[in-house]
Design a protein around this ligand. Structure first.
Ligand code: PHE
Length: 450
């Protein structure tokens, strides 16, 4: 197999950890995790999510990095070559295609939500939320999402900053995450410290960790599992393409453990920063996607130094989204560079324009086309459901099947270099049986087949 990728490689193991953690830590951790935990009753949901990370997410993450590093190309070409190497059909490249399409669909709406976060940095900093009432915040949020032009402007800006980084290649990615990730961690710690000052801190902790299984439905289990894939950036080739830039000597297993752990800790810390503030102000934890945009600003509007901490919070959100968005589109860009002989710059312009265009669908789904629904879901809801609950689990399932059943044990052993046979066989058992069966059962259960 190839020794290095034509796109270059990370300068160190640490750079890869930063980049992959940057991909994993995103809107999923700070926007989505708290609101879906809130909607699904807290503790029990969190527990199921943690089990999914450990039993499904971690083994698949190891598999995905491994496939990337052995293939050394965009996920489409890597999957084709690995399948040929294993004596299987070259049509395994469809798995790469699934990922490219999923990344494109996700980024199209991800960028719109990241745009909300950018808009909020300006709003909170300007002090409009000081002393605001719940109605006042709903108005401000409502006005933002009702205005297609504003949403489009922020979405465009976010797409531009994303593509600017991707256009600079692996070096650009590395330089960006080296700045974003430490900043993100510092802001998050500051915010948790602030939440700890609240009287309701304990209530927030209990909400996140006290399990009440009566609220758990099969749909909630699918949401928890889908979110495990989403938050770890699995099942769509983002981690695979980052793995293809990983130097040969780096140990994949322990690196993946660190990334999954960091991602989980950030999600829990985000919960710990948010729920105490929600409860301290008598607000509702189950208010959906608007949770951090509609409830948190009320809280920030009534607290000492609220504008400062509020601004920091939304900056945190933008940084987290930015270091993820670049990984969502890297598989598509890498493929264009490899197969269409395009320069990176050109590839970024095309892919960026297409993603931006599709994003207009999401922009409009909050205002002009909000009433056009399919199965009671708007365009944005459909994209979210389709990608997180269907495409990523399907991609992750197929990655597990490929790593466990198609690729030879000798090749995976030589790529992973896990010294302890117990650990290696444990991983193999998980990707062969546990992860695929768990994904299949949760999936079929939620669509009411079993
Ligand atoms: N993991 C990112 C988040 O939590 C989203 C993402 C999904 C990024 C898939 C890349 C690939 O926000």
């Amino acid at each position: 197999m190839r020794q290095t990728s034509q796109h270059g490689q990370w300068t160190s193991r640490f750079a890869f950890i930063l980049a992959a953690t940057g991909s994993a830590v995103g809107l999923g951790n700070i926007w989505k995790f708290p609101y879906i935990a809130g909607e699904n009753g807290g503790g029990a949901f969190v527990l199921i999510y943690l089990v999914c990370i450990l039993a499904i997410g971690l083994p698949i993450m190891i598999a995905e990095i491994m496939l990337g590093r052995r293939g050394r190309q965009s996920p489409i070409n890597s999957m084709r070559d690995l399948a040929v190497e294993a004596g299987a059909s070259r049509f395994w490249s469809w798995l790469g295609w699934l990922g490219v399409v999923a990344g494109f669909l996700i980024l199209s709406y991800y960028s719109v939500i990241a745009g909300w976060a950018m808009a909020y940095v300006v709003r909170v900093a300007s002090g409009v939320f000081e002393g605001v009432t719940a109605d006042g915040v709903s108005n401000i949020f409502g006005q933002l999402i009702a205005d297609p032009e504003k949403l489009l402007a922020w979405h465009s800006l976010f797409m531009i900053v994303t593509m600017l980084v991707v256009a600079r290649g692996v070096k650009g990615l590395e330089r960006t995450v080296k700045f974003l990730m430490p900043a993100l961690l510092a802001i998050l710690i500051l915010l948790v410290g602030y939440a700890m000052e609240q009287d309701a801190f304990e209530q927030g902790v209990l909400f996140l960790f006290q399990a009440d299984f009566s609220k758990v439905t099969s749909e909630a289990v699918l949401t928890a599992m889908g979110h495990a894939f989403f938050t770890l950036s699995l099942g769509m080739g983002a981690i695979m393409v980052y793995g293809s830039y990983l130097p040969r000597k780096v140990s994949i297993g322990s690196t993946a453990v660190m990334i999954a752990l960091a991602d989980t800790v950030v999600a829990l810390l985000a919960g710990l920063a948010i729920f105490p503030i929600v409860f301290a102000n008598g607000l509702e934890p189950g208010s959906g996607p608007g949770l951090i945009f509609q409830t948190l600003p009320i809280a920030f509007g009534h607290m000492a130094y609220g504008s400062i901490f509020g601004t920091l919070f939304f900056i945190l959100l933008v940084f987290a989204a930015w270091s993820s968005s670049i990984s969502l589109i890297e598989p598509a860009v890498a493929w264009l560079v490899e197969n269409k002989r395009m320069s990176r710059m050109r590839a970024c312009i095309w892919v960026g324009l297409a993603t931006w265009g599709l994003g207009i669908g999401t922009v409009l789904s909050f205002n002009l086309t909000a009433d056009i629904k399919l199965f009671d879901k708007t365009f944005f809801d459909i994209l979210d459901y389709l990608t997180a609950n269907i495409m990523l689990p399907l991609g992750g399932f197929s990655i597990a099947i490929f790593a466990g059943w198609v690729m030879s044990k000798e090749n995976s052993a030589s790529e992973l270099q896990i010294k302890s046979p117990i650990l290696f066989n444990g991983w193999l058992f998980l990707v062969k049986f546990v992860s695929p069966i768990a994904v299949a059962v949760v999936f079929l259960n939620a669509i009411d087949v079993i």
